[in-house]
Unconditional design. Structure first.
Length: 327
């Protein structure tokens, strides 16, 4: 397999929903839960079986469609026969639909319609979490859409507005909901998912080195035996300890000065990351140190070989093997 074929751009498993009309090719009772951005494990991998080997000559049959979702860049989350997304409907809103009859269940206001919403809802039990483009981190009830709690990354955590506003899809990990204010005072924050109370804040040791928030979403790594949260900022890839919010490491070489968007791919002790605008891609290997974790560059791919703008990439191949032979 060549370097150009493994970690190719974009997720074809999801339908981008908010440019109406919307077409989905599976009936509700056949849909495997997809509770957040890039699926159950944030790796863009679906466990669904029985897929077509090839398309019919006239294309796949349209089962049904949804309209009236408003403009937006949010993808979809599907849990228990319900579909959740964001759209500009009387402002930035979370929208919930019953897939059995395709009827709208509720609409929950997140913020003003100053921009198209970017965040994909994260569904955890009876709660839904989103981040509006204005920095509103909102938790609502999955049954009726009633607001449970709300924070604002600008007002509460000193965030700085990224170039195309806030785009992150919140991560729920155990009792925590995690996101990236990316300001001088709070690189990353973990909140109690039921109340929004602060569990820990990661204060960046050097904000010039860690940067402000980009447009990526946090993924969980167990690299070097340490549970950590990895994401992309304006200065590169950063990692924060899941237990207490301790800053662990930063890797700068793939950062660009325009937009840092793709979600990193993690596997074992490895992290693969790429951005566009001439930046390229890199595979990092994590190892334990006396005071934390370090990231060492296994290899770097020039932008002419591999770069990803905003479509993203995924790992294909043997589960515990990642390296030049597979990229």
């Amino acid at each position: 397999m060549t370097k150009r074929t493994l970690l190719s751009a974009c997720l074809l498993a999801l339908v981008i929903l908010n440019v109406a009309p919307v077409c989905l090719a599976a009936e509700a009772d056949k849909t495997t839960d997809w509770p957040q951005w890039r699926g159950p494990h944030r790796d863009a991998v679906s466990s669904e079986m029985g897929l077509l080997k090839e398309w019919p000559a006239d294309g796949p049959k349209l089962e049904w469609e949804l309209t009236g979702l408003g403009g937006g860049l949010s993808s979809v989350s599907i849990v228990g026969g319900k579909l959740f997304t964001m759209g500009n409907v009387d402002g930035q809103c979370i929208l919930a639909y019953d897939l059995a009859d395709r009827k709208r269940l509720w609409v929950a206001k997140v913020g003003p319609a100053s921009d198209q919403p970017h965040s994909t809802p994260t569904v955890d039990g009876n709660r839904v979490y989103v981040l509006g483009t204005g920095g509103d981190l909102v938790c609502v009830d999955a049954v009726d859409g009633k607001e449970i709690w709300r924070k604002n990354l600008l007002k509460d955590f000193g965030a700085k507005v990224p170039g195309w506003n806030f785009s992150e899809s919140p991560l729920v990990d155990g009792e925590k909901v995690v996101c990236t204010p990316g300001g001088d005072s709070t690189l990353m924050v973990a909140l109690k998912k039921t109340t929004g109370d602060v569990i820990w804040k990661c204060v960046p040791p050097n904000p010039r080195e860690t940067g402000v928030v980009g447009h990526a979403s946090v993924v969980i790594s167990q690299g070097a035996g340490v549970r950590q949260y990895v994401t992309l900022t304006t200065r590169g890839v950063v990692s924060v300890a899941a237990e207490d919010g301790k800053f662990l490491w930063v890797y700068h070489r793939v950062a660009n000065g325009t937009a840092n968007i793709p979600t990193p791919v993690v596997e074992g002790d490895f992290v693969f990351v790429s951005t566009a605008y001439g930046a390229g891609a890199a595979l990092l290997k994590l190892s334990k140190t006396d005071d934390g974790v370090k990231a060492a560059e296994e290899y770097f791919l020039d932008a002419k070989v591999f770069q990803s703008h905003h479509g993203g990439f995924l790992r294909v191949g043997l589960k515990h093997q990642i390296g030049r032979a597979h990229v």
